[in-house]
Each structure stands twice: as C-alpha cells, then as structure tokens.
Write a protein that binds this ligand. Structure first.
Ligand code: BES
Ligand code: MG
Ligand code: ZN
Length: 486
C-alpha cells in the first residue's frame, strides 16, 4: 500500500474510486468538484435532495462512470485531527469492501487541513481496515488497496509526505498492539511475547534486554515473581532500549503485561473472563510505541519496560494474606490476588527508577473501577506533575484518545494501610478503586515525574466505527507518540 500526494485537485483518471470529504453546512452546495461534469450533476442532486447532508460520520457511495464516496465531516468549526482520522478509517473499510485498489481523496473547497490532520488521516487509513484473521482457517480474501492519492491539499508536498509517513508508522504500530492484545493467551504467553519482541526488533535501533525469572530473583522482584508463581509460564521483564544519545536520562514507558488474568486464588467470575487475554494491553501499547519510535527515528532516549506474566490459581500460587517484597525493598500484604497488575508494575516502575528515568509513563488495564467511572469513552489519567497533566490533556485533541484526569488525594493512602506490611495491595471497599490503585503505584516512582494511564476502559471496541475496529483497540499507542512529540 502506498500513500502519495498530487498538488492539483483534479481526480486522476487511473483511480477506480474517488473520495470527497465535505463539511456540513446549512445551504450545502459544492462550488466545484474535481470530477467530470456528469459526476458533479449526480453529487449535486444527492445534496439538493438532502440524501447526503455531510453530517459527521455520514457516507454515501455513488456508482457511475466515476465511482464516488461522499464523506461527511460535520461542522467546519468542530474539525479536529480525529474527525479526519475517523473519516478515513471508515473510507478504508468502504474502499476495501468495494474492492478498490486505487483511490483519490479530495477535500471540498470549504475544508481546511493541517499537517497534523494529514498525519491523522494516514493513521485512520491503517487502523480502519485492520482485521485479526490469524486463527481463521478460511481467511476472507482481501484485495489490498494499493494506492491512495491525496489531491489538492494546500500544504507543502514534502510536509504532506512526511505527515503521511509518520501517520502510517503510527497506524501500523496501533495494529501491532491490536494483534498482540487480540492474540489468545495460549498463543501469547510471556515467552511468546518476548520471542515476538526479539523478532520484531532484530534489525532495528532498539536493543533488547530480557530479564528472566532467575535474574528477577537476584534483583528481588517479588511482585513479578509472586504473581507468576501460580502459573507454569515463566515471567519476564522485557526491556526495549532506544538510546540515540549518550548522556541523556531516558523517558521510560512501562506497560502492564498480564498475558492472562484469571484473578489467581481470588478468582474472577467466569463471565467475560476471556477478555483477560488482553490484560497485557499496556505492554502491547509500549511494544507498538517502541516500534513507531524506531521507524520515526526520535532523537530522545526512550526505554520500554514490560513486566510479563500470567496470573493463575494453583497450589503454589500467591495467596491472600501473603506478604511479598518489591525490588525497591517495600513489603506488600496481598489482600486480593486479582489486584496483580500493580504488583508487577511496582517492580517495573522501580526498575525505571534505577535506570534514572527522566519521566515515567505507565499504561495498564488496571481496574474495573476506572471502567465503572468513565465508561468506555476515556482512559483514566493520574499524575504527580501538573505540567505532564497539561501535556497529556492537550494531546487528546490530536490523538482522539480521550483521557480524564482523576485524583491522587493523599487520603487514599490511608485506605492501603496494612497491619503487618508497609502497604497492602488493595482497598477492599467499593470506592475510588482506580485512585487507590494509582496511589499504590505512586509509592514506587520516588520523585520522578510520572503519569499513570488506566486503559481498562478503552481496552476494546464493541463495534467497528471510523478508525476503531471491533476487538482489542490498541489503546495508548497514539497517546504515547503524541507525548513523545511534545
Ligand atoms: N485486569 C483487571 C482489571 C480489568 C477489569 C481490566 C476489567 C479490564 C477490564 C485487574 O487486574 C483487576 O482484576 N483489578 C481488580 C482490582 C480489585 C481486586 C482491587 C478489579 O478491578 O476488580
Ligand atoms: Mg486482576
Ligand atoms: Zn489484571
């Protein structure tokens, strides 16, 4: 697949489909279209009869001498990069189902685009026609869309091409994260995850360090080892290092990698337990982001840290009431073995602190409570740094990944008091579950500026729409890249 640009808006004759993006307007008429006269007449009729009104998300496919897809963007004043991302996401699926191999994309004269919008369109294009077919014996035959030509955008050609390439890299990385999260837990154990990383980053500028259970023991990673005890699968701390600068402290991206969370001895109810194959979505996002970091070629030192384990019940599993010691020396009383994510993150974050991280961002499908609080619309944003909160909140406008800032009141720490250890791993009451989990993590960041994203709410898409595809979402990749850009 190739994205290219053409300076004039005249639709190339070689294209089998033409996409026109249109803003909603009370008296919608198209001043000019880049198409042949009879095609314009058909489009004018469809608009005149209000068959197409350019509402956000609306599409109309017209077949004629020239086949056209009209795409509504909604009101001009409300355009964001995400409007374009979602629109092109839908377009990519429509082109695919119409077996297009070569399509043009043109904006109505009313529509203004920025390079960030162009980047978002490439992201949406890659994301929109994603599917997870790994385990289907009869795979749907897919005609790949070979060529997509952006016509007549009023942006310097080189800037357009750079934005498209960056968007493609990010879209691909989102799909990498989706592939990992969609993978069944019997196909993606911690060992499989590590193998995939080895293969993926083999010929890249990313160096791989694999801390296995023996090294984890030496380093005293009682959180990671404790959680993994009940599983036959060995745990790993996977570290991906992208270090273009000698003497610069790294930014550390930490992702929860529980390849299956049964809850352990505090076992979960069976309904929807299958979704817990995606309890490694944080690690998947970090893997995806590191892949984009390598392709885009950042000039910063960036390290991805992924604690990988299963959380299973067994005779030798961690038990409620047990006490474990995290690698930074803190002791934790386990009240509920299903609050396992924070235990492995405690070791991973402590590792980031020993690497002298300049900033730490962790992503984790950490709490059902966050999902209860926010629904599936936004991830929870927690931080000890006001300026990082601003950076991430600002980023949402570009990424379309909503984040909602939730509190880290000191009082929550009282809820984690243990009689026999430094801290307990959870608050057993019903309230503020997302914040008490975040407060637990804060115990391990020392003074490092830190952001915690609870991505449990946005882990999956219930249906396909725009750039979103039903299944695991690849949540967090775009947010991480946007953060690195700033
Ligand atoms: N992986 C779950 C959180 C989760 C729930 C993610 C739903 C995605 C969808 C996590 O390990 C967990 O089990 N958390 C517990 C914490 C509780 C025991 C304090 C929860 O949220 O119930
Ligand atoms: Mg759990
Ligand atoms: Zn979990």
């Amino acid at each position: 697949m190739k994205l290219s640009v053409q300076s004039n808006s005249k639709a190339p004759k070689t294209c089998d489909f033409h996409v026109l993006l249109v803003c909603q307007n009370k008296n919608l008429t198209l001043k000019e279209t880049p198409y042949e006269k009879e095609t314009k007449t058909i489009i004018d009729t469809v608009i005149e009869k209000k068959i197409f009104t350019a509402k956000k998300g609306e599409t109309k496919t017209l077949f004629g001498k020239q086949s056209v897809i009209l795409v509504g963007l909604g009101e001009k004043e409300k355009l964001t990069p995400d409007t374009f991302r979602q629109a092109i996401g839908t377009v990519s699926r429509l082109l695919e189902s119409n077996k297009s191999t070569n399509a043009s994309i043109t904006m109505d004269s009313d529509v203004e685009v920025t390079p960030r919008d162009v980047q978002a369109m490439a992201e949406g294009f890659e994301m929109g026609h994603y599917s997870f077919t790994e385990h289907l014996t009869k795979k749907k035959t897919k005609e790949p869309i070979t060529n997509l030509i952006f016509c007549g955008l009023k942006i310097d050609k080189q800037d357009q091409e750079a934005a498209l390439n960056k968007g493609l890299a990010i879209g691909k990385s989102v799909n990498i994260a989706r592939d990992l999260a969609n993978a069944p837990a019997n196909y993606l154990t911690p060992t499989d995850f590590v193998s995939k990383a080895k293969k993926h980053f083999e010929k890249s500028d990313v160096e791989i360090e694999i801390i296995d259970h023996k090294q984890a023991e030496k380093a005293g990673m009682g959180g990671l080892l404790g959680v993994s005890k009940g599983s036959i699968e060995k745990p790993y701390l996977l570290v991906l290092k992208y270090l273009p600068n000698k003497d610069e402290k790294p930014i550390c991206l930490v992702g929860k990698g529980v390849t299956f969370d049964s809850g352990g001895i505090s076992i979960k109810p069976s309904s929807k337990m299958s979704e817990m194959k995606a309890d490694m979505s944080g690690a998947a996002a970090v893997f995806g982001a590191m892949s984009a970091v390598n392709t885009i070629g950042y000039k910063k030192n960036i390290i991805g840290i992924m604690p990988l384990t299963e959380n299973m019940p067994a005779n030798n599993a961690l038990k409620p009431g047990d006490v474990i010691t995290i690698s930074n020396g803190k002791t934790v009383e386990i009240l509920n073995t299903d609050a396992e994510g924070r235990l492995i993150l405690a070791d991973a974050i402590s590792h980031a602190v020993t690497l002298e991280a300049k900033e730490i961002v962790d992503l984790a499908t950490l709490t059902g409570a966050c999902l209860v609080a926010l629904g599936t619309v936004a991830s929870g944003l927690f931080s000890n740094s006001d300026s990082l909160i601003k950076t991430f909140e600002k980023g949402c406008k570009n990424t379309g990944e909503e984040l909602w800032h939730l509190p880290l009141y000191e009082q929550y720490k009282d809820l984690l008091k243990s009689d026999i250890a430094d801290i307990s791993n959870c608050y057993e009451g019903r309230f503020a579950g997302a914040s008490t989990a975040a407060i637990f993590l804060q115990e391990f960041v020392a003074k490092t500026p830190w952001v915690h994203l609870d991505i449990a709410p946005t882990m999956s898409n219930g249906k396909s729409s725009g750039a979103d595809v039903k299944g695991m979402s690849g949540s967090g990749v775009r947010t991480l890249i946007e953060y690195l850009d700033n």
